[in-house]
Design a protein around this ligand. Sequence first.
Ligand code: ADP
Ligand code: MG
Length: 153
Amino acid sequence: MTELLYPLADEAATEALGKALARHQELPAVVFLHGDLGAGKTTLSRGVMRGYGHQGAVKSPTYTLVEPYQFDRHEVYHFDLYRLADPEELEFMGIREYFDGHALCLIEWPECGQGILPAPDLEITLSYEGQGRMARLVAHSDLAKRTLEALSA
Ligand code: ADP
Ligand code: MG
């Protein structure tokens, strides 16, 4: 399966999709999160962190560009590239290290890092739909195809 549409009726559903991702996503993996401001990218990311057992706050790292989360067996790097002026800045941040390990990289506003970011395993596009949201998940690797199969089972 390479594409999955996933309706999200409310905020709890968006978090639940994040938790399901945490449960099923094999690592390492790169996930691009597309969608307008307020579409739910950070809410979904919070669900992922909750799924891995993180209790504290999860906010968009708008000014620091990346927030690391350390878990027992892996890290999650949560990026928000909205304020990235030039993709080359990612090189100065030592971007490779984030993508070389056994990590999950969740990237809001990946468009801003075009040309420097690695290709994603999974792309998730969140859009407004009535009072809720629609998530469109597109798999670009076998690992992500397995994720979609697990999510749709
Ligand atoms: P983004 O990171 O894409 O800018 P946020 O996750 O910060 O978006 O904000 C999304 C907003 O929309 C929050 O106020 C959240 O409560 C709300 N929200 C999240 N998911 C849904 C949903 N499925 N339906 C309705 N509202 C949602
Ligand atoms: Mg955000």
